[in-house]
Design a binder for this molecule. Structure first.
Ligand SMILES: Cc1cc2nc3c(=O)[nH]c(=O)nc-3n(C[C@H](O)[C@H](O)[C@H](O)COP(=O)(O)OP(=O)(O)OC[C@H]3O[C@@H](n4cnc5c(N)ncnc54)[C@H](O)[C@@H]3O)c2cc1C
Length: 595
């Protein structure tokens, strides 16, 4: 049976010692009086809910999965509904929502920390409120006043849940070819017809109503992505009193049997003249979706931070207890039949890889969460614009790099347990299966890499990347007089220089042949991922060096993990630079018939 303890010490290190969120948030008018005690209370109480209420349901959900009743109804695994009721009762759904709609208005960076713990405890369960938050974001940004009034308070309280309905059988990555139609009904509403597939939380028994955000085409829509509109389509049409009224023409046709996240219903959703209302402007539905994607993709990054953390905790506990073989330098526990496997160098590699990736990912994602807060709430227009640029640039890195690493971490955690990790009872193989989807949905990681290189770097001539380069330079300058920081600053500075050269080379080649960008994108994303993680480790090492004299072993562990990162993981960047440089020829010169 796996265990989970919310990693409060490291979360507090990131929030209070690295990011100094209390000071940073007080500069944002809605959070002028926020204090550390409130933030820590949310983490502690939220952590208790995650560890005690939803974590015990994680293996149950995996074993039982959801059940399709045959008449459009879906039953979630044992305990899911009671846990959801407790979640709503305690007010957790409203944590990060706007007080104007009944929310508690907590900053994004704090909400993010709660998401990490929810995902460590139970990713499949957490997707029900997670998707609701996505629908909430779409309506806040683009809904009419009436739509906000009708839907938002119910989504914020958790009484109703939400979904995002984009994918169709023939339209996954390429949403430009989706076919779902929306015909005006003459009363301001639309009749929506089509079939969506793979809709997470598309049907279930947790809430009284389900609010679908659906992409569809108007009758006169131009072809392609410029002809897609967004609609809000409730399962039950709200009545005059704001309650769930008559049943709408939207029904679950079946649920998928899949590799992981069994406790989350992945649904085929049939829309048969379903009543819906336009959200935002006609034919601008994809723009609306893109606005929400920063938070949604950050949310998927948090899923992998959460899974990698819980997998790490369990593999570490096992490595301390499992006795196999003797340490190469001689017995460490001669009174025992063998030494703990933690004494073996390669087991340490597997554990430290997880620790280094998880802690850097936590620092990076919380930093990105704070950047989202600044982007939306800082009084200075320049600060808002700068942070919008950081968020845009780094969102594909959060989604792509962290979910790729998260999968590697869960696989390593399983490996630490040897054969026992492969056995279902250990819980480790479930983490591997659950982590795999994070690399696929919300835009595959290939799509993230293309977005990073094409839209975020090449499209503006590297302006956003250079802005991030200046943040790196500030950190390096702040440590210029500190010889103890050289071991961390030198590799960061070296990689920043190499990124500049590599980006120029790819830009020149891609200008002549677009396949060059397509071929370089995935290794390029890993290079930028290492740039960001080098920045995170350098930043953390600076704080740890300053504080280690107090004798707290936490800081010693931080510094050792930073050293491990630069010695063992950072070198991947060099290989990825080489791979990006080899260009498109080895891929595209192969005749399609020869595969
Ligand atoms: C469990 C689960 C839950 C999901 N939840 C939701 C949900 O709630 N709502 C929703 O709308 N969708 C959801 N999805 C759908 C998911 O977002 C899509 O599966 C994903 O976007 C990829 O689309 P696809 O499966 O059609 O693959 P395809 O688009 O067919 O891609 C196949 C492969 O080709 C690559 N590829 C495609 N186009 C390009 C290109 N231009 N350049 C380079 N490579 C390319 C892809 O990276 C991928 O490797 C879910 C899927 C799953 C499995």
């Amino acid at each position: 049976m796996p265990q989970y303890t919310p990693p409060l010490r490291d979360m507090q290190f990131v929030l209070h010692e690295l990011l100094e969120v209390e000071t940073a948030l007080r500069k944002l008018p809605p959070h002028g009086d926020i204090d550390r005690a409130t933030i820590d209370a949310v983490l502690e109480e939220g952590g208790r809910f995650c560890a005690e209420v939803i974590f015990p349901l994680n293996q149950v959900g995996d074993r039982e999965g959801c059940t399709y009743a045959g008449d459009g109804a879906v039953t979630t695994p044992t305990g899911f509904k009671a846990a959801y009721d407790a979640f709503v009762e305690a007010g957790w759904p409203s944590l990060g929502a706007d007080p104007a709609f009944g929310g508690q208005g907590l900053p994004h960076v704090v909400h993010n920390a709660f998401l990490e713990m929810m995902n460590s405890a139970n990713q499949a369960w957490s997707m029900y409120p997670g998707l609701t938050h996505g629908a909430y974001n779409a309506l806040v940004a683009f809904g009419t006043e009436e739509q906000k009034k009708v839907f938002l308070p119910k989504l914020v309280s958790g009484e109703w849940t939400g979904t995002m309905c984009l994918t169709e059988a023939q339209a996954g990555t390429d949403l430009g070819i989706l076919r779902t139609r929306a015909e005006p009904s003459g009363d301001g509403s639309y009749a929506i017809t089509g079939t969506k597939i793979f809709i997470s939380a598309g049907e279930h028994d947790l809430s009284k109503n389900i609010i679908h955000l659906v992409l569809a085409r108007l009758p006169d829509a131009p072809p392609g992505t410029k002809g897609i509109s967004l609609f809000v389509v409730p399962k039950f049409v709200p009545d005059a009193n704001g309650g769930a009224g008559e049943r709408n023409g939207v029904k679950c046709g079946s649920i998928e049997h899949k590799m992981g996240i069994h406790g989350n219903a992945t649904c085929v959703i049939h829309l048969d003249g379903a009543k819906g209302w336009l959200v935002g402007e006609p034919n601008r539905g994809l723009n609306a979706m893109f606005v929400m994607m920063n938070t949604a993709r950050l949310g998927v990054g948090m899923q992998s931070v959460g899974l990698a953390e819980v997998a790490y905790q369990n593999s570490l506990a096992y490595a301390r207890e499992r006795l196999q073989g003797r340490a190469l330098t001689g017995a460490k526990m001669p009174d025992k039949p063998a030494d703990p496997i933690l004494m073996h160098p390669d087991v340490r590699r597997m554990l430290l890889t997880q620790k280094a990736y998880v802690e850097a990912a936590r620092a990076f994602t919380y930093w990105a969460g704070l950047a989202i807060d600044r982007e939306h709430k800082h009084p200075s227009e320049k600060v808002r614009a700068d942070n919008a640029d950081f968020v845009a640039l780094l969102t594909p890195v959060v989604k792509g790099f962290i979910t790729d690493n998260g999968y590697e971490c869960t696989t390593l955690a399983m490996q630490v347990l040897g054969g026992h990790g492969y056995i279902a009872e250990s819980g480790l193989e479930q983490y591997v299966r659950d982590a795999r989807i994070n690399m696929i949905y919300e835009g595959t990681n290939t799509v993230q890499a293309l977005d990073l290189l094409g839209r975020k770097v090449l499209a503006d001539g590297g302006a956003k990347l250079m802005k991030f380069g200046r943040v790196i330079q500030e950190l390096l300058d702040s440590h210029a007089d500190n010889p103890a920081m050289k071991e961390f600053c030198d590799p960061l500075a070296a990689l920043a220089g190499k990124v500049q050269v590599l980006t120029g080379e790819i830009a020149a080649k891609a200008a002549k042949n677009p396949d060059e960008a397509g071929a370089a994108a995935v290794p390029y994303l890993r290079v930028i991922g290492h740039l960001v993680f080098s920045f995170s480790w350098c930043f953390a090492a600076g704080v740890a060096l300053r504080k280690q004299s107090g004798g707290d072993p936490f800081y010693r562990a931080k510094l050792q993990t930073a050293r491990f990162y630069f010695a063992k993981l950072y070198p991947e960047a060099r290989a990825m630079i080489d791979q990006a440089r080899t260009g498109a020829a080895p891929l595209m010169e192969m005749d399609a018939a020869l595969f």
